[in-house]
Design a protein around this ligand. Structure first.
Ligand code: AMP
Length: 427
């Protein structure tokens, strides 16, 4: 007996009903990005392993334990765990900084991380992200947060919480590490065993802990905002003033650090409702990475970016579902009507009406049942009589009314009725 083949754990199929919601989110994202002057890029799913090690940082969870890496013909390769490293590589490789002072890119595509799968956390997941290269100022940071808030409202996530922080530069982080360790060492035995180990290797990670024991100790800990340089403090203050001017809601979260090592200065996270999303309630993560372009061998160009999890956006978004996939269902009754129906369906599609022809030759009852099941709004029924008289029975499946329409009027009539529906539906 053959064994049933199944998808790899944590890597999910998206069937058409879910894809409709995904497409809606992705279309709204592309619209938002284009409104703000971003252009789409696509980079490979596979990159040299060293790119991620250098960009993301060796002591991060992603690089330490979550990458799908393999050797192929002596080349060490990795399925991309995030989109920024590849975008920066492409930006440098194609000499973009030499030809454009400011570059705005966006992308949508699958990422791979060997995490423990749960609701909203998968091993293959989609990210919609963007990068701005070449603009050091806090206005770029504020515009990025504001566009995200607007985009989230647009897809029906009105209650998202925006958390902002500043991590300063690497010198500030070194100072903060020392201050934090000084504070935590005398309280080490109150920390969770996991955080006790982190105290030596990567103390900033302790701030990410969800363990209540750690939360209690961290309650009184100094924050990184206290050790920022004057310039970093001024950048953070201007960023917040710009957000206020735009009316974008936010909370300062001085203990926010994120899992990737490359951030400098501005850092932000947008959270959705925990009731819906569970532990995976972070919809968007982003921040500045002013040192990465130079670290990866390019010129010294500042940058800021974000990535949103598409599956999480779909779970969080509440907007009413889009209309059915099909507007018109053409139902031919009997062999002799098939060609009349074929031409009718083709003419409807040529006029932009989403049309399905059901050529199974079943009973009217079965055909109408299916038309309703797939959410069609109109059925065009053609029997022998209709072919002879060159008419169509046009049935409105919501209003349950039916009328006889002349064949040459069908396309115009259907288009008019569909347009009326859209206006009614949006009022
Ligand atoms: P990060 O690249 O870790 O900053 O994550 C940015 C966003 O990607 C998160 O806020 C999530 O929405 C999404 N994300 C990250 N990891 C996963 C995952 N394993 N499964 C689903 N979505 C994820």
């Amino acid at each position: 007996m053959s064994t049933l083949l199944r998808a790899v754990k944590g890597m999910n199929d998206m069937l058409p009903d879910e894809m409709r919601r995904v497409q809606r989110v992705e279309a709204a994202f592309a619209r938002a990005m284009q409104l703000y002057g971003f252009r789409e890029v696509r980079t490979p799913l596979v990159e040299p392993t060293s790119l991620f090690v250098r960009a993301i940082g060796e002591a991060t969870d992603v690089v330490e334990k979550e990458m799908y890496s393999f050797v192929h013909h002596d080349e060490a390769l990795t399925l991309r765990p995030e989109g920024t490293a590849g975008a920066v590589r492409a930006y440098i490789e194609h000499g973009v900084p030499q030809s454009e002072p400011v570059t705005r890119w966006y992308y949508v595509g699958p990422m791979f991380r060997a995490e423990r799968p749960q609701r909203g956390r998968y091993r293959q997941f989609w990210q919609a992200g963007a990068e701005v290269f070449g603009d050091r100022g806090p206005a770029a940071d504020a515009e990025m947060v504001d566009l995200l808030v607007r985009f989230l409202r647009d897809i029906g996530v009105p209650d998202a919480r925006v958390l902002v922080n500043s991590l300063g530069d690497s010198a500030a982080r070194q100072r903060y590490k020392a201050v934090l360790v000084d504070y935590l060492l005398p309280r080490a035995e109150k920390l969770s065993p996991y955080s006790q180990r982190r105290l030596e290797q990567n103390p900033l990670r302790i701030l990410d802990s969800k363990d209540p024991r750690d939360a209690e100790v961290l309650e009184g800990a100094p924050t990184i905002l206290e050790v920022l340089s004057g310039e970093d403090t001024a950048h953070f203050a201007a960023f917040r003033r710009h957000l206020d001017a735009l009316g974008a809601p936010y909370e300062v979260a001085p203990r926010l650090v994120r899992g990737l090592d490359y951030y400098t200065r501005t850092l932000f996270e947008i959270k959705g409702a925990t009731a819906k999303l569970g532990a995976g309630d972070t919809l968007v993560g982003g921040g500045r990475y002013d040192a990465m372009v130079a670290d990866l061998g390019g010129p010294s160009v500042p940058a800021i970016g974000f990535a949103a999890g598409v599956e999480r956006l779909v779970i969080a978004s509440e907007a009413a579902d889009v209309a059915g996939a099909v507007d018109a269902f053409v139902a031919p009754l009997g062999d002799a009507t098939l060609e009349y129906a074929l031409v009718l369906a083709r003419d409807l599609r040529a006029a932009g009406v989403k049309t399905e022809l059901d050529g199974r030759q079943s009973t009217l009852k079965a055909l109408l049942r299916r038309a309703t099941a797939i959410g069609a709004r109109f059925a065009a029924i053609v029997g022998d009589d209709e072919v002879t008289k060159r008419v169509v029975q046009l049935k409105d499946l919501d209003a349950r009314s039916q009328e006889t329409v002349a064949r040459e009027e069908v396309v115009a009539t259907l288009r008019r009725k569909l347009a009326e529906r859209v206006v009614e539906g949006s009022s």
